[in-house]
Structures are given as C-alpha cells and as structure tokens.
Design a protein around this ligand. Structure first.
Ligand SMILES: O=C(O)CCC(=O)C(=O)O
Ligand SMILES: [Fe+2]
Length: 260
C-alpha cells in the first residue's frame, strides 16, 4: 500500500508525526552502532554532543559529501525508509543527504533556532532511546523573514510555543514548507516533562514546559499516552535524534583530492 503522509498531519500544519517508524530491535541496533563510533567523530557542545553524518557544510552552504555509515543507508536503511514517506518528494535529491546526530542527556535541550538556508525546507527527525517534548515558536515582530539568520540574534521570540509535540522513541517528525521556514524549534533543558491533561486548553501558567501536546491522538506508548491524556510527569532518558535533511548543493569529497 502506498504511504499516505497526510494521515500523519498535525492539525492544519505542515508538521507530520509518525509513531513506530522503526521497531525496538532496530532502535537497539542503531543505538549500539551510534555508540560504537570512535570518540573523534563526536563534537562536544555545551549542552549536547553531535556527529555529522554524510559530510560537513562549507561556509557557502555546500555539502562536502562523505559516505553515510552503513546503518543509515544499508541496514536498517533509514534513508530509503524516509524516501518512502514522500516527505522529500520535491526536495533536490528526493531524500536526505546529511544527518545531524544529536545526543541529549536528561536535562539537556536545544535553544529555539532556525536550521538556516543551506537546507531544502524539509527535515525529518527520528528519536531513539527516550521521548522528548519539542516546541515550535514564532517571532513576535511582523518582519519575520524566512531564513534571515541561523541564530535568532536580536529578534524577539514569543515564549509561548505555537505548537508542542511529544516525540516518542522510534518516531519520526517531519516539518516542511512554510512551517519549517517561518518557525523556530527548540527543546527545554529539563529532566522531567510535566504534561498538562489534554482537556486543559488554558494558556500555560506554570511554566513553558507545561504545554498542551498537539499530537496526543497519534501516540502509541501506553505510559506516555496516559501521562498526556491525564496529565503527569515523564522522566527523560538519554535521547538520540537523527535530523535528516537534503542539502541542495553538494560536492563529493573525493573530487577535491588532488585539487588542494
Ligand atoms: O534533536 C532534535 O530533535 C532537534 C535537533 C535540531 O534542531 C538540530 O539539530 O538542528
Ligand atoms: Fe534544528
């Protein structure tokens, strides 16, 4: 049966949530492979560490392409699986060619940001190991020009998220088009997510963590579903995210050898 991305759409947005995109055995295998990478592959940032898979971007937004690890494109071949969702059907290469792998320990997050102009406006993020709560934000000013800068320097952000999603382990979330280009995204640096019951639509008063989960009908994990439907606390574990993107301009690293 052909894949129907529309079934996974969240409200009227260009955000899509697909639970159980990979199975538990695959998840375990992927985490093992991720942790087998030599220490030099990791870049340590203040609040997380990351690996660049598929190559690095130059200052001019060109991908210096490098081979993906086998676990991305042979088994379990997440690249082909993402292609079947058709989320990338109008992107330059029809599928992702660069993946940023992030590792978050409980209490780690990522500040609201835009991913910048190097990428075609679609991103698919696979979560492994733990859930997280993912927020989308808007600029407060009217002059929100898409892709104006990577870091929202000097521009005011409305601190109340416009959309909050609960990302279960083994799920993928896809955002694209205008939704991707005009919103910022971020994760709070908390160890425990306090979830409001789904019936409670009043504006968050306790803290920005205490958000309404927009994808609650699509959740499959019993413990997470219960916390979201009745309200409750969810303790975070170590989470790996594979953020898969299509970089428009690519040069093969091998073609540069001998030209230096
Ligand atoms: O870990 C995530 O889910 C988001 C990561 C992210 O936004 C990024 O790598 O640009
Ligand atoms: Fe991002």
């Amino acid at each position: 049966m052909p894949f129907n991305l529309q079934e996974y759409r969240i409200a009227e947005s260009d955000a899509f949530y697909i639970p159980d995109f990979i199975n538990e055995a695959e998840e375990e295998y992927l985490i093992r492979k991720i942790l087998e990478a030599p220490r030099q592959k990791w870049r340590q940032l203040a609040n997380r560490r990351l690996q660049l898979l598929g190559g690095e971007l130059t200052k001019k937004n060109v991908l210096l392409s490098q081979e993906m690890p086998a676990w991305m494109n042979s088994y379990p071949d997440l690249i082909s699986r993402l292609r079947t969702t058709e989320a990338f059907s109008s992107s330059p290469h029809g599928g992702p060619n660069q993946v940023i792998l992030n590792e978050y320990l409980p209490g780690h997050g990522i500040m609201p940001h835009e991913d910048g102009p190097s990428y075609y406006p679609v991103v698919a993020t696979i979560s492994l190991g733990s859930h997280t709560v993912f927020n989308y934000y808007e600029y407060t000013s009217d002059d929100a020009t898409p892709h104006s800068q990577n870091a929202p320097q000097g521009r005011a952000i409305n601190p109340t998220p416009v959309l909050t999603l609960l990302l279960e382990p083994r799920s993928v979330v896809i955002t694209r088009s205008q939704f991707y280009t005009t919103h910022l995204h971020g994760i709070n640096d908390t160890e425990v997510d306090e979830i409001r019951p789904k019936g409670d639509l009043s504006p968050p008063t306790v803290s920005p963590y205490n958000a309404f989960i927009a994808n609650w009908t699509k959740l499959t994990n019993p413990e997470i579903k219960q916390a979201v439907e009745l309200g409750g606390s969810l303790k975070r574990g170590t989470r790996y995210s594979l953020t898969c993107r299509d970089v428009e301009r690519v040069v093969a690293t091998s073609s540069l050898i001998g030209k230096r």
